[in-house]
Ligand binder design. Structure first.
Ligand code: SF4
Length: 300
């Protein structure tokens, strides 16, 4: 392909996708704001949770903690409680740590440049670029899993051979990074999905070498019969139980173990200790001992 035909293809893809996005973008609440706190919150919520669930929790969380200052000052136990239903509770802690950093080290304002954003607790390359683009208008690529999938289907050879970030940066339409990144994510989220891409509905079907025939639909994985419940489920159950306990109250460790695992016995004490150590290390629980017994609560 000559350089001019590559350029033409790029322009056509940009035009078709941006036109489609303009007509089809879902009115997600975080698309109606440039507030850095709200953008960051949405990005962290969306990391491991479906859009439909985030849409329910996001406004509720914003009402309770409307800005960095409120979240920084809040009791950690209340933040973990407010995160209920989202899973992966570490994200709630990380968000509070970031808020405290913003208040204490950056005068209450989220830094705007990607390098500084990446120095905040738990902010990686994607989140830093997404926040810089969506909140501060930086003309930068933000490659999440959806964007990566769409680009690698549109440019199968290049995506395999080169860094996907480099490709994403080359594809950015001048001055339209916000819409472009959102459009790629939207397409990846609702049309160019991982297992059953809707190529008939796709605005890029004429421009895509992977359209229709080349994509094999993945068969759903056969579920292995589950004999053991993963520890992350028990972690979630422990936090869910602690959320239900009244403020300033705690629960004895063995009683908690029986609550989250009805067949728990003292022979599994080592397993319980490891689980609690992990939660303590992550800052999600607080432990105190009294009368040779261990009591647990959410952090104060
Ligand atoms: S045509 Fe199909 S494979 Fe190509 S971008 Fe569209 S949905 Fe994805």
């Amino acid at each position: 392909m000559s350089p001019s035909s590559i350029r033409n293809r790029k322009l056509i893809i940009q035009k078709h996708l941006l036109m489609w996005y303009k007509k089809n973008a879902r009115p997600l609440p975080w698309r109606k704001t440039k507030n850095p706190y709200r953008i960051l919150l949405s990005e962290i919520m969306l990391q491991q949770t479906q859009v439909s669930r985030v849409m329910l929790k996001y406004p509720e969380f914003v009402r309770q903690f409307p800005n960095f200052a409120c979240l920084a000052q809040a009791r950690t136990a209340d933040v973990i409680r407010a995160w209920s239903g989202m899973g992966y509770n570490n994200r709630a802690l990380r968000l509070q740590q970031i808020s405290r950093c913003v208040i204490n080290d950056y005068g209450g304002r989220l830094p705007q440049d990607v390098e500084t954003l990446q120095q905040l607790p738990g902010i990686g390359r994607y989140t830093a670029n997404a926040v810089a683009c969506f909140a501060f208008g930086l003309q930068t690529a933000a490659v999440d899993i959806n964007e990566e999938r769409v680009l690698s289907r549109l440019f199968p050879q290049r995506a395999q051979a080169s860094d996907i970030w480099k490709l994403a940066e080359q594809m950015l339409p001048k001055g339209k990074a916000y819409d472009w990144n959102q459009a790629l994510m939207e397409l990846g989220g609702i049309i160019c999905t991982a297992t059953n891409p809707q190529c008939f509905e796709c605005p890029l079907k004429q421009d895509c070498p992977s359209a229709f025939s080349t994509l094999k639909k993945k068969k759903p994985l056969k579920r292995k019969s589950q004999t053991t419940i993963p520890n992350r489920i028990y972690r979630g159950r422990i936090i869910a139980t602690l959320r239900m306990i009244a403020r300033h109250r705690s629960i004895e460790a063995n009683l908690l173990a029986k609550t989250v695992k009805p067949d728990y016995s003292f022979r599994q004490k080592e397993w319980l200790d490891k689980l609690l150590d992990g939660l303590l290390r992550d800052g999600l629980i607080q432990i105190r001992s009294y009368n040779k017994k261990i009591y647990l609560s959410l952090p104060r």
